[in-house]
Write a protein that binds this ligand. Structure first.
Ligand code: ZN
Length: 370
């Protein structure tokens, strides 16, 4: 499907860096088990030190790799700024450690910073123990016991370093269109949405390099989910609109993503991602044209693997994200039935003209957990 070019065939060893463009170094950090074994982070060279882009999980192993990098890879100079593309734990996990160590500022967009602060606050509200979570999953078609198994899997997750870390007490705000001048080169902030609320990418026209975080990944498709915290959100609409805007990125840009390998072919990848989600939505419409379905009943349309509780949460979130965009487009209708579940029915009279049931992509193996 894709025709991307990968200038590197393997990742740098943790604790080491590779220069991928003048003044831009690439490093990786572990992901603490799970299906994905690495996150890519980047260093940008400035006149008086280095900027760090994304920081890794809040686990000891990652902290120790960082100290090796401070000692061996920074030419004896300090970190002068930390940029986190978004608020997920693999991106912000060491932000506090690095900004404390060097007493340097953290740069994030406002929505990402405050969401990270909110989710990392101890004793905050938990949907897993409230009617809000119960209602959300019940309406998606899940049995009541599901919330308990989800709560247990979150407990395990917090032990693996995937919980939200403590954040620095203040930050510098990044906004779409801002320019950061680093090492005499301009890096423009380009904000996308859908995977997280206000995800910052950085684009340098003179180097033709984009740091894309989780907004554009070459192999996996980032999770785009509706969560109980905002049950009527429409993140896939934001995601599609962001992809549309990123299509302006020059086609000879080297994209440096947070997962998988650096690649060329950004426009092709964006087109593939857009058509992937369009295809998933059409498959849902075709299914719901023959019989009303709950979000849970639609999972086999989207995913082929048997899902554990956490994967189930991501998968349901993704299914609902696709349903909400279909509702917005007036192609599907949702009704709350007597059993307490939302049932979805296709309502587009033109569906038969658009449908092609025999030509869909196969369901993905499982939902991606980043
Ligand atoms: Zn993410």
């Amino acid at each position: 499907m894709t025709d991307l070019q990968y200038p590197y065939d393997s990742h740098p060893e943790p604790g080491t860096t590779i220069e991928v463009a003048p003044g831009v170094r690439w490093l990786t950090m572990p992901m603490g088990g799970g299906s994905l074994n690495h996150i890519n982070l980047y260093l940008l060279e400035d006149a008086d030190g280095w900027w760090v882009v994304d920081t890794g999980l809040s686990i000891d192993e990652t902290r120790d790799h960082w100290h090796r990098i401070f000692e061996r890879e920074l030419d004896g100079r300090p970190v002068v700024g930390v940029i986190c593309t978004h608020m997920h734990p693999d991106h912000i996990g060491q932000a506090l450690m690095i900004t404390e160590h060097f007493q340097c500022p953290l740069y994030m967009t406002r929505a990402e910073y405050y969401q990270a602060r909110a989710f990392s606050a101890p004793g905050g509200p938990s949907y897993q123990s409230s009617w809000i979570g119960q209602q959300f999953y019940q309406r998606a078609g899940m049995p009541l016991e599901y919330l308990e198994s989800l709560r247990r899997s979150w407990e395990e997750r917090s032990n693996s370093g995937m919980s939200m870390p403590e954040m620095p007490a203040g930050y510098m705000r990044l906004q779409d269109g801002n320019t950061l001048t680093i090492g005499g080169r301009d890096w423009r902030v380009v904000v996308g949405s859908g995977h997280s609320p206000e995800h910052a990418c950085l684009y340098c026209a003179s180097l033709k390099v984009m740091l894309s975080g989780d907004q554009i990944l070459p192999v996996i498709t980032s999770n785009v989910s509706v969560h109980p915290t905002e049950p009527l959100a429409n993140p896939l609409k934001d995601w599609m609109e962001s992809h549309d805007r990123f299509l302006n990125t020059p086609s000879d840009t080297l994209v440096l993503p947070a997962h998988n390998l650096p690649f060329y072919g950004v426009r092709q990848r964006l087109r593939d991602l857009i058509s992937h989600h369009e295809d998933r939505m059409l498959a849902i419409e075709e299914h719901c044209a023959t019989q009303p379905a709950t979000a849970k009943e639609l999972l086999p349309v989207l995913f082929s693997r048997k899902l554990d509780p956490r994967q189930m949460m991501m998968a349901l979130g993704e299914a609902i994200a696709h349903l909400h965009l279909l509702e917005h487009r007036n192609r599907i209708e949702r009704t709350l039935s007597e059993d307490g579940c939302y049932h979805y029915v296709s309502i587009d009279p033109d569906l038969s003209r658009r449908s092609h049931p025999d030509r869909h992509d196969a369901p993905s193996d499982g939902p991606v957990l980043v």
